[in-house]
Design a protein around this ligand. Structure first.
Ligand code: CO
Length: 682
């Protein structure tokens, strides 16, 4: 690095004509995937990527990451966007820069291992739509989970980037699991598999600068394959880590455009470009072009997303990550989960329990999906375990992990927990030791049959296989069978302006609270008038209940989104659902119900008949995956009645008593609040 060029840069003209470096650091941009995934809950829309796409194509990035990770999930689930379509659209604007995606090996872009036919078809279809670089990782660093996708990537003649998830069990690299030898061995395995490049994936931002130097130097000595570093900013170390990695000879670095950088995202590209100017690792990038892109993002795009930024803290660095070595996203998930369950005061217990659960589960790295698996199991333990029973509510995913369905853990799983988890497990009580893909039955044909009549498109079939419940919903929107809810509508700059005006008005004390006047029943002779006052237009309904006409109801026509009333379909639970007070799982229906969840005083309640029996209550907010029984079926105490998905983990809820199912209050795909009555057994 001491090897500076003798360029005297007195003006921007000199800067522009600076000589090319001997060994420029290559840069991959993550703005359009990890950037908005880290900062804005992956809510970035394709239409907001287009304004900068062509400009970004001009920078000279080694690759642009545009897909994978959570994008596939979020797009169809929340944005009503077809994930495949994003690739095709962006490819029209990026003509030079290769596309990169994050692929979870045999997990593809989901949260469990899928069968080989799914993994293979996914890679082929992604290639078909323009994917060039497949950054492949496995949450357990079990590279047997790469075999199927790597064969597909190679046969499509695309770039296979093998990832090693960077993990620690103590504050710095070392110890008996995640030490230098561990990473070098993994790198050699990837070389043997034919990796075109190797990425160290520091998803939690816990790689310390001097550990990076040691690790990258050792990797460069051990293998001729290009080394790529992915380090999140979360703890604040990443810019220093980058610089030390560059000094150690790293080939490629991941960054984001400034406005999508820092916090739990990545370091920004611009400071790095300036840092390296005139050195033998100079990127050669034009910082003025980068500035122009940021200008567009700041003015035209970010105002629509700013409300999603976690502004609960002023600090942009998460000290907890340094203390707990867990990914920032995982910690915020835990906090949200506890908050929803009114148990935020137990966060310290969760921090204490987490390393224990991780150790019991084989000291696995914490990255999607293992971060969720360990995190949610920890929350379950803290909330539901008793003095005499540990691991009282084991999630379906922990059972799968104990069976070996995710692969081989770094150290063996606690045998006691493993035996408990596999008691009556559907696939068998003896865990497997082979590659998980070997025991998984092909899945695509089954999906194809289930979608018959709706679609036969392979992209739809893959999407549905990866996400059966939300995927089906999306496809019903896509093919016009159902209307997507208003909440899926994109936010426009106009919406933002209206909201800002409203906030400004409120701050100035000019926002007068609207008086709540009870609306009486409208008679059959109601007449509607259009009334214009100055430039404000009102629709006035006039009803004559028996005497003189009186005005009973006025609706201003310009309703801003911030004050829009909740529409009936947003209040999903049926009115007969009662929120019970404290008891977490079951409670006899005879107990006095507390306040209804949908208070609609005007609604007649006489026709709702409460079946008697024992209620099975939702122990946590979540989404119904499926019921195992129908009304009228008999269940035995302890048998799993239904699957509730919470924080993407599936929980089989057991029957609190033996009896006949008297009522089932929800259906697959419904969101339920905590304590919702899921069914009644009597
Ligand atoms: Co990342």
């Amino acid at each position: 690095m001491s090897d500076h060029y003798a360029v005297k840069m007195k003006s921007i003209k000199d800067y522009n004509n600076r000589p090319k470096a001997d060994n420029p650091v290559k840069i991959q941009d993550l703005t359009l995937r990890d950037g908005h995934q880290s900062l804005f809950a992956t809510r970035g829309r394709t239409e907001d990527m287009i304004p900068v796409a062509e400009m970004m194509d001009e920078i000279g990035f080694w690759g642009v990451e545009v897909w994978g990770g959570a994008t596939f999930d979020t797009m169809h689930r929340f944005l009503n966007e077809d994930p495949w379509e994003r690739l095709r659209t962006l490819k029209r604007y990026f003509k030079k820069t290769p596309f990169s995606m994050l692929l979870r090996g045999q997990n593809v872009v989901g949260y469990r291992n899928y069968a080989d036919d799914v993994a293979k078809a996914f890679v082929e279809q992604a290639t078909e739509n323009g994917m060039d670089i497949f950054r492949t990782f496995d949450a357990l660093n079990d590279f047997r989970n790469f075999e199927t996708v790597v064969a597909a990537i190679k046969s499509c003649q695309k770039h296979f980037q093998g990832c090693i998830c960077y993990s620690l069990t103590e504050p710095r690299m070392g110890g008996d699991v995640y030490n230098l030898k561990y990473y070098l061995d993994k790198a050699r395995d990837l070389e043997t598999m034919g990796a075109d490049s190797i990425c160290i994936k520091d998803m939690a931002g816990i790689m310390a600068p001097y550990d990076a130097f040691e690790l990258i130097k050792a990797l460069k000595d051990a293998t001729p394959i290009p080394i790529h570093l992915h380090s999140h900013f979360t703890s604040g170390m990443a810019p220093m880590t980058h610089l030390k990695a560059i000094e150690a000879g790293v080939d490629i670095i991941d960054t984001c455009m400034t406005s999508y950088a820092y916090r739990t995202s990545h370091p920004a590209v611009e400071p790095l470009v300036m840092t390296l100017v005139g050195t033998n690792r100079d990127t050669g990038f034009d910082i003025r072009k980068l500035a122009k892109i940021n200008d567009v993002l700041e003015k035209e795009v970010l105002p629509k997303y700013k409300h999603l930024l976690d502004d609960s803290k002023v600090s942009i660095i998460d000290i907890n990550v340094l203390l707990h070595q867990t990914p920032g996203g995982m910690l915020s998930n835990l906090v949200n989960q506890l908050r929803e369950m009114d148990a935020l005061d137990r966060i310290d217990e969760v921090y204490k329990e987490l390393p224990k659960v991780r150790k019991d589960l084989g000291q696995i790295p914490l990255v999607t999906p293992t971060s969720q698996i360990v995190g949610i199991q920890t929350v379950n333990n803290v909330l539901f375990d008793t003095e005499d029973e540990k691991y009282k509510m084991i999630t379906g995913q922990v059972k799968d992990l104990c069976y070996g369905l995710y692969g081989k853990t770094a150290v063996p799983i606690n045998p006691e927990l493993q035996a408990k988890a596999l008691h009556c497990y559907e696939r068998g009580e003896d865990p497997i030791t082979c590659r998980p893909g070997e025991v998984l039955e092909p899945e695509l044909e089954k999906s194809r049959k289930e979608l018959q009549g709706l679609t036969s498109n392979i992209e739809d079939i893959i999407l549905y296989t990866l996400y059966p419940v939300t995927g089906k919903k999306f496809l019903s929107y896509k093919y016009g069978k159902e209307t997507p809810p208003d909440s899926m509508r994109p936010r426009t700059l106009d919406d933002v302006k209206k909201e800002q005006a409203l906030i400004a008005k409120a701050k100035a004390g000019k926002l007068v609270e609207k008086k709540e006047v009870p609306v009486p029943e409208m008679g059959s002779h109601t007449r509607t008038f259009n009334v214009l006052v100055d430039d404000e237009y009102f629709e006035v309904k006039v009803d004559e209940p028996g005497g003189q006409p009186i005005i009973t109801h006025s609706v201003p026509q310009q309703v801003t989104p911030a004050v829009r009333a909740v529409s009936p379909q947003q209040v999903s639970p049926p009115s007969r659902v009662m929120a019970a007070p404290a008891a977490p799982v079951a409670q006899p229906a005879s107990a006095p119900p507390s306040k209804p969840l949908t208070p609609k005083p005007s609604e007649p309640t006489g026709d709702v008949c409460e079946p008697t029996g024992t209620q099975l209550l939702a122990p946590m907010p979540g989404m119904i995956v499926s019921y195992n029984y129908n009304v009228g079926d008999r269940v035995g105490k302890g048998q799993p009645v239904l699957i509730l998905e919470a924080m993407k983990m599936e929980n089989a809820l057991p029957a609190p008593v033996s009896g006949v199912i008297r009522a089932i209050n929800f259906k697959s795909g419904d969101s339920v609040p905590k304590n919702a009555v899921l069914c009644v057994i009597g």
